[in-house]
Design a protein around this ligand. Structure first.
Ligand code: HPA
Length: 237
């Protein structure tokens, strides 16, 4: 049955969903990498697609930007469409100087300035972590493809334009590798449902040096990240 934000039929989604922020990127992933891709939802233009990869059923759907948006879509996919695992495939801004643009980060955990996980934990620190089996599958897929990946904690911010100038330095001192805007919420939604989630994020902006990716670099690194996510997904039924 359709949910408020997804107009798909039961069985339209595979058990594994790749979630880029941009719905047109979900379309590109389906067209370029899936066999037998078909569109399964278009509510608010948040496009979703299902097909197969190396014979394994797989879906891709946009998450939109930020905590509330991914929280809505991930909740509905898990609760109403039989989805078991969601892999966010996104970009991030690195706040450690030794992480150049193009670096693939696999987020084993995510802190946040959002209140959602604190609410989940009755006001306490939540400890939002990735699913270990997904994390291991992604690390192994990267190793098998000789793609260097860095595993560590990232920070999910409600701000793209933060009001405090020194925020990134403080977060860097706290040991976070990079900032993005969705991972911690995705992890919270998955953990409270005993489902699996992981975030792969390519460094698109080096926030210490100001280095940013060209259009071609964005495409090349996206390809690497999608391959890692798909090869990891193909190890699950
Ligand atoms: N901030 C938040 N999210 C991002 C950034 C950033 O600088 N770059 C890519 N995603």
């Amino acid at each position: 049955m359709a949910t408020p934000h997804i107009a798909a039929a039961p069985g339209d989604f595979a058990k594994t969903v790749l979630m880029p922020g941009d719905p047109l990127r979900a379309k590109m992933i389906a067209e370029r990498y899936f066999d037998d891709a078909r569109q399964v939802t278009d509510v608010r233009n948040m496009l979703g697609f299902t097909g197969t990869y190396k014979g394994t059923p797989i879906s891709a759907m946009g998450s939109g930007m930020g905590v509330p948006s991914i929280q809505i879509y991930a909740s509905e996919l898990f609760d109403s469409y039989g989805v078991e695992r969601i892999m966010r495939v996104g970009s991030c801004g690195a706040i450690q100087p030794d992480l150049p643009i193009r670096t693939l980060i696999i987020a084993n955990g995510a802190g946040t300035d959002s209140n959602v996980n604190r609410v989940r934990a009755s006001g306490h620190d939540y400890g939002a972590t990735a699913d270990f089996a997904l994390l291991r599958a992604a690390v192994e897929a990267a190793e098998a493809a000789s793609i260097k990946a860095v595993v560590g904690r990232i920070f999910t911010s409600d701000y793209f334009y933060h009001p405090n100038d020194d925020e990134n330095e403080k977060l860097a001192r706290a040991g976070f590798l990079a900032v993005e805007m969705e991972a911690a919420a995705l992890y919270g939604v998955a953990i409270e449902r005993k489902k699996a989630a992981l975030t792969l994020a390519t460094v698109s902006d080096q926030l210490i040096t100001g280095e940013a990716m060209t259009v071609q670099e964005r495409q090349d690194t996206l390809d690497q990240m999608i391959r890692v996510a798909l090869d990891a997904a193909a190890t699950f039924e």
